[in-house]
Ligand binder design. Structure first.
Ligand code: TXA
Ligand code: MG
Length: 343
């Protein structure tokens, strides 16, 4: 989390002590063709590259390199049997990783890729147990972010097949929507050969919609900015409500997840000194500290994790988040709030 204290090393020399910050990875803000090629090469060489996507920042490794993937788990502090999403540059790479792809999944990929949707599909031999958490399915996504796409294309040009990338945060904590957040969370666990690519804030701000494409009818495993209503519209089908108890080892399904240190409460009355986030038309209750005032659902999603991080920085005890309903994108916002608020 943003407030974690860094280890600072001190060398005592005869003259004066030398101090340095222990976060030694490369932090690249000028994402040129050259620096993206360098980052792609770093992935090929088995290093980690944190990169922006339209949803949240990802912590990437070559998805066919078991050693590199195992470093994702140690840097995140995540149990090793939790599956990772493989990021590819286009729908044309889908069959490298997935087989027996139902027609509706192709339709979803055509409609929403590049974009904030992950498809869970039966895996090919390329998707090993260390990617899928020993499940027979693999999660795949084409992100809609120019730096991410350029990185994936370059990596594939160099012979890479796909980049495994969970959200770039410590296990159970709030996903990072800025490169600074990645550095704060993971900097001390990364090596000098690892890279963070900085391209500002993530457009969407919450993680992708995950759709299981294993059965005859798709099922939403994690709601996101592409809503159930939108999916049903495209596929012209009815779908059950998102099933948050689906039977896979998915960290997002642990009850407590996406959680700041500040206690998150939903639609409750404010106490003096509480943080407060609500649609801009709702006034701040007296004694509360306004943390965010989004104008609509998309802005709400975009500002949610920043509001969590800000509450931690301000060392607030509680933040009260008021949502108007749980329809559309508010279903995803409600899902994250519930996970952040359970203790
Ligand atoms: O927006 C996103 O999806 C971001 C960006 C970086 O792409 N990634 C992300 O990854 O949120 P992660 O690992 O933090 O969350 C992915 C979720 C986890 O809950 C994981 O268990 C689930 O997707 N998942 C991955 N592969 C799966 C599979 N084969 N079956 C079921 N769930 C899977
Ligand atoms: Mg995550």
């Amino acid at each position: 989390m943003g407030t974690r204290r860094r280890r600072v090393s001190v060398i005592r020399s005869r003259s004066k002590p030398v101090q340095w910050d222990d976060s030694r990875m490369e932090f690249i803000s000028n994402c040129t063709t050259y620096s993206i090629a360098n980052a792609a090469k770093a992935l090929i060489d088995g290093h980690l590259v944190a990169f922006p996507t339209e949803t949240v920042y990802g912590l990437g490794a070559d998805a066919t390199n078991e050693m590199a993937v195992s470093r994702i788990y140690s840097v995140k502090g995540r149990p090793t049997d939790h599956p990772l999403i493989v990021h590819i540059s286009s729908i044309n790479k889908l069959e490298d990783w997935a087989t027996d792809i139902p027609g509706y999944a192709i339709k979803l990929a055509r409609e929403f890729w590049p974009g904030p949707m992950t498809l869970i599909l039966p895996r090919t031999d390329l998707a090993k147990d260390y990617i899928t958490g020993r499940q027979s399915n693999v999660g795949l996504r084409v992100p809609d972010q120019p730096i991410a796409l350029a990185l994936l294309r370059k990596f594939e040009e160099m012979g890479g097949k796909g980049v495994a990338a969970p959200s770039a945060n410590r296990f159970g904590a709030v996903s990072a929507t800025s490169a600074g957040g990645v550095k704060d969370d993971l900097g001390e666990y990364l090596d000098s050969t690892d890279i963070i690519l900085n391209n500002g804030d993530c457009k969407v701000g919450i993680e992708s919609t995950i759709v299981s494409c294993i059965d005859d009818i798709p099922k939403i495993l994690r709601p996101g900015s592409i809503t159930k209503e939108t999916i049903m519209n495209v596929l012209q089908i009815q779908m059950a409500y998102s099933d948050s108890n689906f039977n896979v080892r998915a960290p997002g399904n642990f009850l407590k997840h996406y959680a700041p240190t500040t206690q998150v409460v939903i639609n409750e009355d404010c106490r003096p000194g509480d943080g407060f986030m609500a649609i801009s038309s709702i006034p701040t209750p007296s004694g509360a500290i306004r943390i965010a005032s989004p104008n609509n659902g998309n802005e709400f999603a975009h500002q949610l994790y920043t509001a969590f991080r800000k509450s931690d920085l301000l060392k607030l005890k509680r933040i009260v988040v008021v949502i108007p309903h749980t329809e559309g994108i508010f279903e995803a916002i409600h899902d994250r709030l519930q996970k952040a608020s359970s203790r």
